[in-house]
Structure formats: C-alpha cells, structure tokens
Design a protein around this ligand. Structure first.
Ligand SMILES: NC(=O)c1ccc[n+]([C@@H]2O[C@H](COP(=O)([O-])OP(=O)(O)OC[C@H]3O[C@@H](n4cnc5c(N)ncnc54)[C@H](OP(=O)(O)O)[C@@H]3O)[C@@H](O)[C@H]2O)c1
Length: 284
C-alpha cells in the first residue's frame, strides 16, 4: 500500500534533519510550511497554517501519514484541535506526533501537562497515533546559550541535577523510521533521550575542553530564573512553561535514560561530546 507522508515543522530543529532522513530512506513525502511562498528545495511543498482548519485540510489531502509538530505557542492546544479536525476531514490514516518527555495531562507541571493534553486529543481522533516524547535538545546549547558560553558561563536553574539531553537529529532519525513504517508503531509512545545523563557542570567542562577556554556552570534558583526571564520581557506563557521545565530538572526528573532510540535505530544515540565537537566553532 502506498504511504504518502506529510512533514509539518519541516524547517525546524527536528523537521530539517527529518527531511534529509526521509530522502535517504527514499520515502514518498511532502512538507508543509505556514510561510506564504516558501518552498523546500527538491521536495513537494504544501502550504498550511495550524491556525486554519481549511488550509490544513487542503494540505493533508491524499496524505496517509502525517508528522505533527506544533510550535511552542500559547494557543498550541487550539492548533492541535485544528490539526485533529483536518486529519479526520482529509482521511489521514496515521498520526506521528512530536510531543515531549513526561507528557501527561494529569501532571501539575505546566509543559508536560500541555503536551499531554495535546496527546490526549490526538488519541481521541480514533486515528492510529504514535507519540514521540523527546527530552531536552542538545541544540539548546547552540540556540540559547551561545553568548553566555562565549562570555564564559552557563547559567541554569538545575540545582546541579543531570539531564539526558538528546541530539534533535536522533529524534528525526526515529521519526523517519516510524513514518516510513507507521503500522508497526501504531498506539506506541516512545521516550527519546540521549544515552547518558550529565550535569550542567559536566557539560561546561566538555565545552570548555572543546573550545580551549574556561566555561563555568552557574546554578541559579528557579525563582531567580523567573525574575530574569520577566526582566527580559519574555511572554508570561513562555516564562511559565520554562519555569516548569526548570523545576522538573531541579527535582532530578530529567535524568532518566530510555532505551527507545537505540531500540528503533539499532545504534547508540549521538553523544554530547560528539555534538560539542561538531559545534565548537559556535562558542569560540
Ligand atoms: N527544545 C527542546 O529542548 C524541546 C524538548 C522537547 C520538546 N520540544 C518541543 O518541540 C517543538 C519544537 O520543535 P523544533 O525545535 O523542531 O521546532 P522549531 O525549530 O521551533 O520550528 C517550529 C516549526 O513550526 C512551524 N510553524 C510555526 N508556526 C506554524 C503555524 N502557524 N502553522 C504551521 N507550522 C508552523 C515552523 O515552520 P514554518 O515557519 O515553515 O511554518 C517550524 O518549522 C515544540 O513543540 C517544543 O515544545 C522541544
């Protein structure tokens, strides 16, 4: 049976490498972007916005398996409701949803609760669904910590606890295999972590060795992190979800290592040391 795949979020941290993985697998796929007029070279590009059911229903036409990745925005649940309605209207046969580690609609932690609510509403579509629940991305050290590292310190509200960060390229590699063979993964939820947990202090030591400059790890209380985010003018929604993540890490809940990446890929997850080696120039 044919399996036409649609990748949403195709220009992001996960979606970018996912496009490459699907090309390498020779999969039949298209990508969706919300940017009018934008295309991804060499790939069928469809236009759709999670804010519009009509645009999504058109983008999902003829699609067997859809990869759903929603941006981290306050109305994320509404965007997911739109995608669920469009998937049903367009006759999508399988949903692969990029969620987050610990997703659980009954938890009191803000971000996993939000992710869990979305997982629940997608499961309630009755369309066979696979949930990918990644831990924090190694790429955050490039996206959010570069200037601080150049200035010699990594500030984290982590109470010195370890995290099992994952390289987003491994999430993409898992997603590609699930998308290419969705029936095998129907009804499953995978927790995607790196192969080791390490502290911020260990991360600072690894980066410091790679760039040949001292980098300190500074652990700040979660309340101080909230005050700083507010000072920076970050939206209250983002401050709240980031604070929930800081509390999860500080309680030691982000240090678990899952075997799911290795089980699906048949190889170990990429290591932080390798990631740092590849990205050292960014922090110099
Ligand atoms: N960073 C972490 O440590 C971490 C850990 C676990 C889970 N997560 C979750 O992972 C997700 C982010 O993944 P990412 O980093 O790969 O994404 P990203 O780099 O932030 O990219 C977001 C993607 O969403 C698309 N998008 C934005 N607005 C849209 C709209 N209105 N309609 C359709 N598409 C839209 C963008 O594509 P266009 O602009 O082309 O439309 C873009 O490809 C979030 O849900 C976050 O909660 C993150």
């Amino acid at each position: 049976m044919s399996n036409k795949i649609l990748v949403t979020g195709a220009t992001g941290n996960i979606g970018g490498p996912l496009v490459q993985e699907l090309k390498a697998l020779g999969a039949d796929f298209a990508v969706m972007t919300s940017k009018p007029g934008a295309t991804i070279a060499g790939v069928e590009t469809r236009h759709g916005d999670f804010g519009s059911v009509a645009s999504l229903t058109a983008a999902f036409k003829g699609i067997n398996t859809v990869f759903l990745l929603f941006p981290l925005v306050e109305n994320k649940v509404d965007l997911a409701k739109n995608a669920a309605a469009a998937a049903k209207a367009a006759g999508v046969k399988h949903i692969v949803r990029s969620s987050g580690a610990g997703a659980d609609s009954t938890t009191t932690f803000a971000l996993p609760k939000l992710q869990g609510e979305i997982d629940d509403l997608l499961a309630a579509t009755g369309i066979p669904t696979t949930f990918l629940r990644p831990a924090g991305f190694m790429q955050n050290y490039v996206a959010y910590q570069s200037q601080a590292i150049k200035d010699g310190a990594i500030y984290m509200a982590d109470a010195g606890q370890a995290q099992s960060l994952i390289d987003a390229r491994d999430i993409a590699a898992v997603a590609a295999r699930v998308l290419a063979n969705p029936a095998t993964h129907a009804g499953k939820a995978y927790t995607l972590t790196g192969g080791e947990a390490f502290t911020g202090e260990q991360a600072a030591t690894t980066i410091s060795a790679a760039i040949g400059k001292p980098v300190r790890h500074v652990s700040v209380p979660t309340e101080a992190a909230v005050a700083t985010m507010n000072q920076w003018g970050m939206p209250p929604f983002i401050v709240n979800v980031m604070d929930s993540l800081n509390k999860i890490v500080s309680a030691g809940y982000a240090s678990g290592v899952s075997p799911d990446v290795e089980n699906i890929l048949g190889r170990k997850p990429r290591t932080f040391a390798a990631f740092v080696g590849e990205n050292a120039r960014v922090w110099k």
